[in-house]
Ligand binder design. Structure first.
Ligand code: AMP
Length: 604
């Protein structure tokens, strides 16, 4: 049976897992690490992914893409994209459809294409590990991802050659992994997920392998990076106080400070004090300046306690939405690297009045849950049923620019709602419909998913035509719309142009391009390998001729020398066919020479 894997496609790190005979296994990458940095780079025309990409970032910043997840399904003009553009060294460009794309190695690439490079790497790790082709996966997304962001994630999977069996929410995946261990007991679980850039809280009911999401809330601009920034400002303030130089104005100094700030933060999760040293960080007339500071956990906690406490706002909202009190929660699960910080654990514990469950690795639990769901969907494990909810209300714009929700947030998906539309003037032949997602009262404050027109309405007095439009959210959280003219019973065609994201045709084209490139990549690799072989054979044959001097006929050594020259000539410009042929000729004559030499030796 085909195995399906679970993938946590993270902002900073990604992780892949699978379910094998009652056991959840995290798959290590080629370097043996259980998580892979979500970093993609282009260097000398070759794509690099993961650790190797991250390591070369310092010397190749403009062609190293970090945190692509933040650009998934996001328009170029959006606040998110603009803010992202200011914080990264690579360039964002506006695509024809208005999306934010990325310039990498001189090419313009969509975020799903970049994510696909990460997914391909994870797929390859899984294939290496399992010794079989892997084509199916469940991929996780933040609970707060909207329709366009989910669709973009699905597109990334398709581009990477993966059939995405389901998109599930990260906190749901975590609870699923947890739920699998607690068969039979009904538990109310809170998943507190504080990652590098986002915070999510989800309340679920777990009962013998069945997870039902009760509510979810979060903040897409709150995470570990805010803590890093606070540490950076503090260190920079201390440095400026001593030396009168601001480190934040200089790009290189800033980058070094950022890395040190994060490292200090990590160290202070286990140590209570650390030394931050940045030699030669700045320069003035009196010479080079070094940053050397002692930084303690107490200082760090004083600096960022309000940031961590800010997570409690969404926590309270999620509890209120689920009509629960903090004390009703049986189990608190921590997800995301930032929950390793003792202050985070303390604030969570104080709020809920009980210790969070730390039996899972916060970096791996999401991929594990995804693997569990993948095994269920591919029929290897039928104990698990996952009920997810839509994180945002779905609705339409009605008179006066008001947003009228048809499917309220926190409704279990898949779900469907219908609405009857009619005309507002006599003989009106079309009705425009504006589909939105969000929680604000006015349409303009929410996210447009699509605009379309119901057309070909037969002439009739106003208010008479009745067209039923069905809005569906599928199990991946992606919206589909269909319409029916109740008068004629005819299906109305609805052309939904997603406000953001890649069209089906674009995805197909990218997949085809990738296929084509795969072939040309394979050819390039073959040529390179042939050249390596040729160079090695030329070298050893030349040594052999020298060694065989006096032992072989002129004729044989001339033949070998001729074949060497022939092969050498092709090294620069030859194609694979010519090279292979010349290589074979030299191989034959070199063997002939060897036979004579060894024949002679045996005679002697
Ligand atoms: P994630 O997005 O879940 O991979 O979380 C990444 C965030 O967790 C980054 O901001 C990291 O700096 C942070 N992080 C990872 N390990 C630790 C640690 N030991 N202590 C504090 N923060 C950490």
């Amino acid at each position: 049976m085909k195995r399906a894997i679970g993938i946590d496609l993270g902002t900073t790190n990604s992780c892949v897992a699978f379910f094998d005979k009652d056991e959840l296994v995290v798959i290590p990458n080629k370097e043996g690490s259980r998580t892979t940095p979500s970093v993609v780079a282009m260097k000398d025309g070759s794509p690099l992914v993961g650790n190797i990409a991250r390591r070369q970032a310092g010397t190749n910043p403009e062609n190293t893409v970090f945190a692509i997840k933040r650009l998934m399904g996001v328009s170029f003009e959006s606040e998110e994209a603009q803010e992202h553009a200011r914080s990264v060294a690579y360039h964002l460009v506006r695509a024809d459809n208005g999306d934010a794309w990325v310039e990498l190695g001189g090419e313009k690439l969509s975020p799903p294409e970049i994510s696909a490079m990460i997914l391909r790497e994870l797929k390859a790790s899984a294939e290496d590990y399992l010794g079989e082709e892997v084509t199916e996966a469940v991929i996780t997304v933040p609970a707060y991802f909207n329709d366009a962001q989910r669709a973009a994630t699905k597109a990334a999977g398709k581009i990477a050659g993966i059939e995405v069996k389901r998109i599930i929410n990260e906190p749901t995946a975590a609870a699923l992994a947890y739920g699998a261990e607690k068969e039979g007991e009904r538990k109310l679980v809170a998943v507190y997920d504080l990652g590098g850039g986002t915070f999510d809280i989800t309340i679920l009911e777990v009962l013998g392998g069945v997870c039902t999401v009760l509510s979810t809330a979060g903040d897409t601009h709150l995470g570990g990076e805010d803590i890093d920034r606070a540490i950076m400002s503090e260190l920079s303030r201390r440095f400026e106080e001593k030396h009168g130089i601001s480190l934040l104005d200089d790009r290189t100094a800033r980058q070094r400070l950022k890395e040190q700030a994060e490292q200090a933060k990590h160290e202070l999760s286990s140590a209570i004090e650390t030394d931050v040293t940045l030699p030669f960080i700045a320069m003035d007339a009196s010479g080079p300046k070094h940053l050397e500071e002692k930084f303690t956990r107490i200082e760090l906690e004083a600096l960022v306690s309000s940031t961590v406490e800010a997570t409690l706002g969404p926590v309270k909202q999620a509890l209120a939405d689920a009509e629960l009190k903090a004390s009703d929660i049986d189990e608190i699960l921590l997800v995301g690297g930032q929950t390793r910080m003792p202050l985070v654990q303390r604030i969570v514990e104080e709020f809920f009045g009980k210790k969070p469950n730390r039996s899972f690795n916060p970096d791996e639990v999401v991929a594990m849950g995804a693997a569990l769901q993948a095994s269920a969907l591919s029929g290897q494990n039928d104990d698990i049923l996952l009920l997810d909810v839509t994180p945002l209300s779905l609705g339409v714009e009605t008179g006066g620019g008001i947003f009228t929700p048809l499917i309220k947030r926190n409704t279990t998906i898949p779900t469907r709602a219908t609405e009857i539309f009619t005309t507002s003037v006599d003989n009106q032949t079309f009705v425009p419909i504006h589909v939105l997602q969000g929680e604000r009262e006015m349409a303009e404050d929410n996210e447009t998913l699509a605009r379309f027109e119901l057309t070909d309405i037969p002439p009739a007095p106003r208010g008479v035509p009745a067209i039923e439009v069905a809005f569906e959210i599928d199990a991946d959280g992606i919206v589909h719309v269909s319409a029916r003219d109740l008068g004629t019973g005819r299906e109305q065609s609805v052309r939904v142009v997603a406000s953001s994201g890649l069209s089906e045709e674009q995805i197909e084209r990218i997949v085809e391009d990738a296929e084509r490139l795969r072939e040309s990549d394979a050819m390039r690799r073959e040529l390179a390998e042939l050249k390596n072989q040729a160079t090695a054979l030329i070298y050893s044959s030349e040594r052999a001729i020298e060694a065989a001097e006096g032992l072989i006929d002129e004729e044989i050594s001339r033949k070998v020398a001729g074949d060497i020259e022939n092969l050498r000539d092709l090294l620069e410009t030859g194609d694979a066919i010519d090279l292979r042929e010349a290589l074979q000729l030299l191989e034959e004559s070199a063997y002939q020479m060897a036979e004579v030499i060894y024949g002679k030796e045996n005679e002697a």
